[in-house]
Design a protein around this ligand. Sequence first.
Ligand SMILES: Nc1nc2c(c(=O)[nH]1)N[C@H]1C(S)=C(S)[C@@H](COP(=O)(O)O)O[C@H]1N2
Ligand SMILES: [Mo]
Length: 550
Amino acid sequence: MANTKRRARVWFLAWAALAGIVGAAVFLAVAELFALLLARDGSPILAVGGFVIDIVPQPFKEFAIATFGEYDKIALLAGLGLAVLIASALAGIVQYLKPHLGVVALVVAGGLSVAAVVTRAAATFLSPIPAIAGTVAGCLILALLVRRLRAWAAESIGAASDPSPTGDRTVQAGNPALPAENPTVHPKGSATSVDRRMFIRLTAIAGASAVLVGVGARAVITATGSSIAAVRKALKIPAPATTVTVPAGAELDIAGISPLFTPNADFYRVDTALTVPSIDPSTWRLVVDGMVEEKVELSFDDLVGMGLDEYSITLTCVSNEVGGPLLGTAKWLGVPVREVLKRARPKAGADMVLSRSIDGFTAGTPLESLTDDGLDAILAVAMNGEPLPLEHGFPVRMVVPGLYGYVSATKWITELKVTTFAADEAYWTPRGYSAEAPIKFSSRIDTPRSGTPVPAGRTPIAGVAWAQTVGIDRVEVNVDDGGWQSATLSTPVNDDTWVQWYLDWDATPGTHYVAVRAVNKNGDLQIEERAPIAPDGSSGWQRTLISVSS
Ligand SMILES: Nc1nc2c(c(=O)[nH]1)N[C@H]1C(S)=C(S)[C@@H](COP(=O)(O)O)O[C@H]1N2
Ligand SMILES: [Mo]
């Protein structure tokens, strides 16, 4: 008897956990509904996710990117979902054991999500409403469900301690796997069955409505994102005044080498945005303010009306390891940043431009990198012949040759604040990265790949090398430490664009070490010393192990 009673108790705890999960589901669903109706940026799950992205320590972030790659954000959401599931199950159990305490826990969680929401970049006075409404609804449901559950438990476990033969009933009442009993046969069981039925029915209805409303609201919000995709598709960008001349010999015909221009679909993506911002170009504005003689505001039409030109520029991420994939080249259509800054007339003493994204990300770029006539720093609106893809900054982003993306390549840009390095800090500066970060020029072996054996015989060793703003003079390859040999370079498009290189090699069966290094047009040799990506980019010569089959 004591055993069945204990089993029944455990079952009630499980039901309480379910009540907690349903309470949390109602919380999130009502919040999503209000987010849809009132404030898109008020979604607690996305705000908390964004908050987590901003606060997780750098080594953990690197681990996440290394482990989950492009799926790092999905992994974060899955982890967050699991945490919510466990926490809400506990809240249900707490509420069952100590009424009110579970509700208090939910209120605390609601308060934390309000805090996450209001500290997000785009927050308005409406932003906290979804989290508040969700908290109220979640608490009501949790309290209601657990009250029913306790009534059911009191009846049922109370009966279990009753020495009368009806005590057997407990096993049934406490075990949801058993069919409902017939109240006419067990008169005392009727109260239990009513409570049980009420609890189960309420739980099912609340749970199902939460899933429907929550998923529905999110689907509608996502559909709005795809309406911006439709706006993008229909957008006509005026023809540029000049286009990039691609000289003969600029692209080598070698299997496995990176194409000269990286297709948009293959272009690496790095950002802190949990969901891709949806910006309608017809309402987009760029504000130039801070230390300027005149505050300037430009619409999308104003910007493209300044005249577009085409630029070939290789973009590089500071997180690119030696030999890594985080860089790509595109033909960008844009307007020089200097032309926009000229209209605002920066004041003396300014030395930095803090560019801001709609989602709060910021980059700090030296003012002179943006005003120098010899540098093609641009506000880009198109990438490889089409409007910027949504993930790459639609409708406008910055691209600055020679600087890592995190200090220059702001996507979904909305503001250029002319300021000083002393007065302002960009997103990554307090997170372990240098305030200023010119690209360390480097070279990469694309083929053969380590892990993919090549047949013996004549095989090209080939890859890319980049030294944005300076240009690559020479690439050298070393096979099995047999001495450095000069590789053949493709004809450069310009100094802001990577070059391709190759060396013909008589591959013999077995394993071989292949190393690569570059020399830039200033005559500097690529840094040999290995450095990690933080604080200002990796360095070192790539050396890979290649296997050749017989
Ligand atoms: N709004 C925004 N812009 C951003 C970032 C970001 O996190 N948010 N990341 C920067 C970094 S670190 C890099 S390397 C480039 C990458 O641009 P891509 O995703 O188009 O390749 O975008 C930059 N611009
Ligand atoms: Mo980056």
